[in-house]
Design a protein around this ligand. Structure first.
Ligand SMILES: C[S@@+](CC[C@H](N)C(=O)[O-])C[C@H]1O[C@@H](n2cnc3c(N)ncnc32)[C@H](O)[C@@H]1O
Length: 247
């Protein structure tokens, strides 16, 4: 991963967090996966500008640390912490080499859309290994991942995403996602890994895999946009969650 890849996208990426699929599906699903965080020490890996990190702290985490490889993402996160201090520590580091800034012993590692940034299985394994190291025994990895690479023909544009995905994309191959925002659009590159690869990698580094879940939609989302709007979202779920425990 090139450190600077997300630097020019930091503000736009934050704006994409207000798309309906994020508000009524991705975000509630990820917070539900994290469970009760009261009194827990939580590391948010690939925290971006701190979107989930702030939720994690406000849900009662006693220690809350965010790490991201993009200096601009962390600059934004720290600016928000400066404006409204809630006690989050942010560090610039790659997950694969965060040993210098992050020690171990966390109850929970939260991560959203990190694994889609791994350009091959070697990098993916390195991410899982480092996350495993930072958890205490009994601690949980809670991950949200994209699965668009396996859905090349589905049109997600009504949800605010346009994709450019080759059919029969191989493991690790790149694909493009364009977020369609009211003020314009921007694109990111993700890398294709199967849901089975995430399970396999978890187990390979020593985790006990706890399960994989497709995205859902909240009642508030159905009330606001109608069930027909969400039919395709739920029929071809491109966001999944899984958890794994350090044993
Ligand atoms: C799609 S964004 C998600 C940000 C945040 N988790 C969220 O959901 O709002 C992916 C983030 O992963 C970060 N990232 C990619 N590779 C990384 C790595 N090796 N170590 C740490 N962060 C990484 C990027 O800089 C970017 O901020």
């Amino acid at each position: 991963m090139n450190n600077a890849e997300y630097d020019p996208l930091a503000e736009d990426y934050y704006q994409s967090k207000f798309l309906p699929f994020r508000v009524f599906s991705e975000m509630p699903d990820h917070l539900e996966l994290l469970g009760d965080l009261k009194g827990k020490s939580v590391l948010d890996v690939a925290c971006g500008e701190g979107f989930y990190t702030r939720f994690i702290r406000s849900c009662g985490a006693s220690i809350c640390v965010g790490v991201d490889v993009s200096p601009e993402m962390i600059r934004l996160a720290k600016a928000k912490e400066f404006e409204n201090p809630i006690g989050i520590q942010y560090e610039v580091a790659s997950v694969t080499s965060m040993g210098e800034v992050i020690s171990g012993g966390f109850d929970v590692v939260s991560t959203a859309f990190l694994f889609n940034c791994a350009q091959d299985q070697g990098e993916l394994r390195g991410m899982f290994q480092e996350i495993y190291r930072t958890l205490k025994v009994g601690g949980r990895l809670c991950a949200t991942v994209g699965d668009l690479g396996h859905r090349p023909t589905v049109d997600y544009s009504k949800y605010g995403m346009r994709t450019k995905i080759a059919e029969d994309l191989s493991e690790g191959a790149p694909y493009e996602i364009t977020f369609l925002l009211p003020e314009g659009s921007f694109s990111i590159t993700d890398y294709n890994h199967s849901l089975e690869t995430y399970r396999m990698m978890s187990e390979e580094v020593g985790f006990q895999f706890e399960g994989l879940h497709p995205c859902s939609v909240t009642d508030a989302g159905i009330e606001k946009y109608g069930s027909e709007f969400w039919e395709q979202w739920l029929a071809s779920p491109c966001i999944w969650r899984f958890s794994a425990r350090k044993v």
